[in-house]
Design a protein around this ligand. Sequence first.
Ligand SMILES: COc1cc(/C=C/C(=O)SCCNC(=O)CCNC(=O)[C@H](O)C(C)(C)COP(=O)(O)OP(=O)(O)OC[C@H]2O[C@@H](n3cnc4c(N)ncnc43)[C@H](O)[C@@H]2OP(=O)(O)O)ccc1O
Length: 264
Amino acid sequence: MGNAADAGDASLLRIETRGAVLTVGLNRPAKRNALNDGIILALRDCFSAIPDTIGAVVIHGVGDHFSSGLDLSELTERDATEGLVHSQMWHRVFDRIQYCRVPVIAALKGAVIGGGLELACAAHIRVAEPSAYFALPEGQRGIFVGGGGSVRLPRLIGVPRMADMMLTGRVYSATEGAAYGFSQYLTEADGALPKALELAERVAANAPLTNFAVLQALPMIAEANPQTGLLMESLMATVAQSDKEAKKRIRAFLDRKTAKVKPT
Ligand SMILES: COc1cc(/C=C/C(=O)SCCNC(=O)CCNC(=O)[C@H](O)C(C)(C)COP(=O)(O)OP(=O)(O)OC[C@H]2O[C@@H](n3cnc4c(N)ncnc43)[C@H](O)[C@@H]2OP(=O)(O)O)ccc1O
């Protein structure tokens, strides 16, 4: 089993830079992008070294699927102690994605299954195209989610819906995923990656401090008791508006040098 000291297999990710956007493609299409140790550790390496010039990351699947989840061929020999270590390794890697300095957008198509769905949960925005389907077949495989899914997914779709997914193993459609709050965007056919790239360019243009506040402070504020949350909000708002970047951007609007807010 891969451990913290191992390097990931860089060939299992297709990493490209497009301006301020880094695209990270899960690159095991012959295995439907099943997540083995090599790819998980490669994700760890990638998200540990996001260049300063990058303002957003898009994660997607090479081929027809996002990911078929945990590589089941690596599970069969694992005992309980190794299973615990393995699950905690996934947690650390997916935390690195969730607590990334810049927004992470997942472009979803085809299978988004088990650990693949857990990976998508760690992103900040999920964009799905009609071919995307979501399932947690852990019950059929006799296992439980191990990549943080029981923490992140109920916060998106609720415990009853996740319980239904796990108990019945039912495949949820892209339309259901959007209706239940999993994906924020549902595109036309083949539209997930282009839409994710468009959104990534947009969020990369934000003030870094605003993105930082949304990624790091908002989830904590939302879960805090109201008094603590309001205090944290005031502190974050004060820090952000005191920054020279905010002053520059507000001046540009007042001088009519930047666009008005308008429907897209
Ligand atoms: C317990 O501690 C954990 C757990 C976890 C996370 C758990 C999970 O992710 S559970 C979910 C596991 N995934 C599945 O059960 C999906 C299995 N795959 C499929 O149902 C299908 O392959 C498909 C995704 C629907 C695609 O179908 P199709 O296009 O027809 O392709 P196939 O012919 O079936 O597959 C092609 C090729 O890929 C291999 N493969 C596909 N999925 C996996 C997989 N998940 N693991 C290993 N291999 C896979 C398949 O065997 C074929 O291989 P060939 O060599 O025969 O070509 C997390 C952390 C914990 O600690």
